[in-house]
Design a protein around this ligand. Sequence first.
Ligand code: FCB
Length: 463
Amino acid sequence: MDGSRAPGGSSSGALPRFPAGFVWGVSTSAYQIEGAVDEDGRGRSVWDAFVERAGRVKDGSDGRVATGHYQRYREDVALIEELGVGAYRFSVAWPRVMPDGGPRVNAAGLDFYDRLVDALCAAGVRPVPTLFHWDTPEAVEAAGGWLERDTASRFAAYADAVAARLGDRVDRWITLNEPAELTLLGYGLGQHAPGRELGFGALPVAHHLLLGHGLAVQALRARGAGGIGIANSHGPTWAASESAADQEAAGLYDLLLNRLFAEPVLLGRYPEEELTAPLLSGTGPVDEDLRIIGEPLDWYGVNYYQPTKVGAPAAEGAGGGDFAGIELPPGLPFAPREIEGYPRTDFGWPVVPAALTELLTGFRDRYGDRLPPVVITENGCSYDGVGDRERIAFLDGHLRALHDAITAGVDVRGYFVWSLLDNFEWAEGYARRFGLVHVDYDTLVRTPKASYYWLRDALRAQR
Ligand code: FCB
């Protein structure tokens, strides 16, 4: 690795050249940008319900208007085109397509994505839909949500309906976004919708999400679709020290946040089965399910933001604590440790580009030829300013780190910035600005930030 780089990772000058055919893109998700929650027959999602509960979203906001993308999608497609990326990752809202969670299909909901896909194709931008970015229809949640095995089948039926409509123009699909976060934050800790606080009792959710992924892959393939992947969140776990207790604590954290979601998909089995299988029990025939979950993928999506440093709890019954803004309850067998010596984003997340190289080479070493080509489906940072020097340094540093991984032999095929626009950052509300484009939430006026122009110029230089 290039030792002349600052800990934040950036160095000046042109980016190294990425391989021919490398896909550049930007990412968003439906609830975070669309607004228009009552339009064209959309049903309610768990997020519509969650934001109504007092205190759940820090600034008391919600996604009713968000960035107004539902009306302004043409303007946003023009911004993407001008940026010069070749691909756009967005999510399809299940409750727009199936307001009752199925089986009734709302044609008007699909019409929106149809128009969006047409606009993208006309602009020469490849549409990369994510079928599920956390907005479970309220009706599905009322029937038990992802705690219910049947939700996996309902999701596959929805995937089929989307593929039937968009499949003629879409050749890259993402089934799920970050099942780990939905399991942990949505069902384990209650910090995201649907706001359940089940602790380890949430683990069947992980299994049903993964099963939903596998069934959706089958449904897409049955429609002749190719280019199928998943977007899993991953980050290296650093043990606080060499001590056996810290190593064990870090291993457990890594198991729950990384391996539990990667290995069923990549290897068709759960890691440490004797440990994890009982936690998933009551979920039906796990072995058969794993064959479905392990359906080979065309590529594997990684959302990367930061590493985590973990140690053994200071005392019996301690543990838990603040993991990068996520408050884990006491009593857990691991505890967060401060990562020192790196700049931080305005969200407080450490900026550690080299950890992206470490993550990817680590995946390659761990999974070998079971790892399909990798695409970074999200990477980005939250800073408040429009001036945006820090975001440029962040992107510059991470792209160099990504290039290092490619040089080290990892097959990486694409990189998507989170996010095109400032948007509704879940429980954080509108306070966190991840966009390359600033959004004025009073007027919905879009203003490209300095990082937008930096990326545009960097991509021009790549051509
Ligand atoms: C990821 C989510 C995405 C966004 C970024 C900051 O975990 O997939 O929607 O919130 O974090």
